[in-house]
Design a protein around this ligand. Structure first.
Ligand SMILES: Nc1nc2c(ncn2[C@@H]2O[C@H](COP(=O)(O)OP(=O)(O)OP(=O)(O)O)[C@@H](O)[C@H]2O)c(=O)[nH]1
Ligand SMILES: [Mg+2]
Length: 337
């Protein structure tokens, strides 16, 4: 009775205290679940490749801001980052498709950077072997960064993008679910938007993302399991609620960035798990970077690394955390992480 009277008499103070406690608990909760990429181990700042005489070498990685050119002064137009986790079974087809296209289109002005994310199936050794025997490529075109511990797809893509040399950077899944030649469409889309009225010195940052939104009612999606499609719709709804309203397909593993966009996005990326695509888009939107969504071809490939139930829960949680962390100032888009 006394307590009730106290509450009624001091209701303004009580409400205020309750509100402060709520905000503090929310802040604490988001802070606890928020993410900072772990600093790379020294060996993760080196790449492994094959030299001109076929010998395996390890060298320091260049940094994206510094390295504009190849060692022999030839400019790299396109760098392709392939996050790879236990991909010995799938990567050969993808690489064959990519390398054939790159050779024909860009001669030698391209590079592939595979980021082996702590695989346990010898992905690195397998890739070095096919690089030497099948593709006959040396360190100028083909590099591997090997993580000693798994970080997640976002961590792998981030590390790759911080050390590429190309004018444009693409990340592409190792399963070859997209047609690699569609990269030409993405580059064209970026090139039409990046020209600044202030001349070549001031190229505008632009991102072009592959999109499967046009395929929602096609065989490729319908053939997927019902649970998978339900989770997909649930995820789209959550992405919509939590702020990305203009992009239909946030998750496609085929995204292209020009160098100014790479420098404005990747050093600031916190998320190392599957949901990193959404943080990339949030950063691009916050920094007013133009995003072009381009329909691409795509087909289902067996051997997905996603654990449907557990990864979906983690993605939903991380999506909420990213949004709240930016809202509460725990993540900042002007502070490199
Ligand atoms: N770096 C890293 N990459 C991963 C990890 N798991 C998967 N990948 C890579 O992420 C890419 C996409 O993985 P998939 O298993 O095809 O998953 P997905 O394309 O999102 O989903 P599906 O539509 O089921 O294929 C591949 O290149 C994988 O090797 C991981 O833990 N770390
Ligand atoms: Mg896939």
């Amino acid at each position: 009775m006394v307590a009730l009277r106290f509450l009624i008499e001091n209701r303004n103070t009580v409400c205020f205290t309750f509100l402060v406690a709520l905000v503090l608990s929310l802040y604490l909760l988001v802070y606890l679940f928020s993410h900072t990429p772990r600093p790379p181990y020294p060996e993760e700042l080196r790449y492994t490749a094959i030299d001109e005489s076929g010998v395996e070498i390890t060298r320091a990685l260049p940094n994206v801001g510094e390295a504009q050119k190849m060692d022999d002064d030839e400019e790299i137009i396109l760098s392709v980052v392939i996050p790879s986790y236990n991909e010995t079974g799938r990567i050969l087809l993808m690489l064959t498709d990519a390398i054939n296209f790159l050779k024909e289109k860009y001669g030698s002005k391209w590079e592939i950077v595979i980021v082996d994310d702590g695989s346990t199936d010898n992905t690195t050794q397998y890739c070095l072997k096919i690089c030497r025997e099948e593709f006959k490529l040396d360190y100028r075109q083909f590099r591997i960064i090997k993580f000693s511990q798994n970080r997640g797809k976002g961590g792998a893509v981030r590390q790759g993008f911080l050390h590429i040399r190309g004018k444009y950077g693409l990340f592409a899944d190792a399963d070859g679910a997209s047609n690699f030649s569609d990269v030409a469409k993405l580059i064209e889309a970026v090139q039409t938007c990046e020209v600044s009225s202030r001349g070549v010195e001031a190229v505008k940052p632009v991102v072009a993302i592959g999109s499967r939104a046009h395929m929602v009612n096609t065989e490729a999606v319908i053939k997927r399991s019902m649970i998978r499609n339900c989770l997909m719709y649930g995820f789209h709804t959550l992405v919509f609620i939590f702020g990305i309203r203009t992009i239909k397909d946030t998750q496609c593993g085929f995204k292209l960035f020009n160098k100014p966009a790479i420098l404005k996005i990747f050093p600031y990326l916190h998320t190392e798990g599957w949901i990193f695509d959404v943080e990339i888009l949030i950063l691009a939107i916050r920094k007013r970077i133009q995003i072009k969504e381009i329909p691409i071809s795509w087909h289902e490939v067996d051997g997905s690394k996603m654990a449907l139930a557990i990864d979906s829960i983690k993605m939903a949680r991380d999506l909420v955390i990213i949004r709240m962390a930016y809202l509460l100032g725990i993540y900042r888009d002007d502070r490199k992480c």
